[in-house]
Design a protein around this ligand. Sequence first.
Ligand code: FRU
Length: 478
Amino acid sequence: MTTNTTPARLARAAPRPRVHFAPRRNWMNDPNGLVHHDGIHHLFFQYNPEGTDWGNMSWGHATSEDLVTWTEHEVALRYDDDAQIFSGSIVSDVANTSGFGTDGRGPLVALYTAAAEHGQSQALAWSPDDGATWTKYGVVLDRGTADFRDPKVFRHEDAWIMVTVEAVDRQIHLYRSEDLRSWHHLSVFGPEGPTEGVWECPDLFALDGAWVLTLSVNPGHPTGGSGMLAFVGDFDGVRFTADRWHWLDHGSDYYAGVTFSGLDRPVMMAWLNNWAYAHELPEATWRGSMALPRLLSLRDGRVIQQPAVAPAEVLRFSASDVALDEEGWELPEEGLQTATRLRLTLVPGDDVVEISLRGRGQVTALPEIRLTYAAGQVTLERDGSDMLPGLDAFSTVARTEVALTDHGTLDVEIWIDADSVEVFAAAGAVTLSVLTLADYGRQQLVVRGRGDGHAVLSEIRAAELLSGVGAAAGATRG
Ligand code: FRU
């Protein structure tokens, strides 16, 4: 295997993602304070203003109208001698229930975790000017414990509800408030479902007649390391009860996702990474990017995810009715640009269809992403074995299988950006997000059929994604 692909070489070559958010410089992890306010989407994020490693945690800030093109702003909330600023959320307090508003205008109110030496508590900060400047008010909820964090606040009936975790206990604690300052304990959920890892970054929202509690767990995801899950159930204003749960994303790089406040329908953003190797990945001037924002819905008791963005695009290649054999059909080079969205319709017959994305020539040491489909089962793999010296956790084969109720034609969307691939299959029932560390402009996509030779690629369309916005944008405006 070719191994001139060192972390240092990759870092130098690192192309910036075109349709995913990445900070201009320094370390980033979780999205925080997602709020749609006065027609603008605000993204705050776990940020080290001083370096490309985790530390000095503060909230970075970026805004976007369309969730594709982002403008980065000054650090919004900076760590101080007392505490680091861990994850949390923002609400627009239109009715000024908190009393921080001025001139008849409700403030934006942030609830975040103050992470101090002696423990973690929930603190409040507010902004009178639409998120441009912030004033720390102080701690509003303290249980005197070490791992109590990640408050997500939403409006429910005539009160505010806060969802938090006792991370190590694998428990969700729900609180209620009238004014965002004084909080009363409502109930506890968990441990339940996957409990191998700590529980972090919860969210709770109504979705198509049910209630969904999403969580990030570290470790315990089927591909190894950290990942997200969804409990589907009911919330009666006090207590959440779960009927079932499932993993939210089947790839190895989808974590700490939460939904925007202030949109009509839940749109989730997550960190495109995994704590198992986030610290080891090659660093450019920046380190970390977000996954595509996703519009959520519910079908057959599962959370369905569709991209909530519509970047401007140029169709580079299309074909139909391609018969598939073992040797495979290769997408012509113009079909794979640095940022590309592929739409494929697979008709497997009794065969297995395999889609393989891998490096050309010198970069064959980069991982191969394989997606296979047969008889109602999708298998997704990132095979990065021996890929990078010193990146053992990234290099292990990550493999997941997902059963589908449907055995016939499968529609697959593959979003390829500078260093990542996100797959949306079966109309959003199956998603897979993975970092590839590759510039897929130099990659190769092959579609194969294994079996009696009856599999067909009935349609493929490859569009280059530009960093601006296409005509269909605006779908996510609340
Ligand atoms: C999740 C997390 C949160 C915490 C933050 C610290 O990735 O561990 O629980 O608030 O990151 O950066």
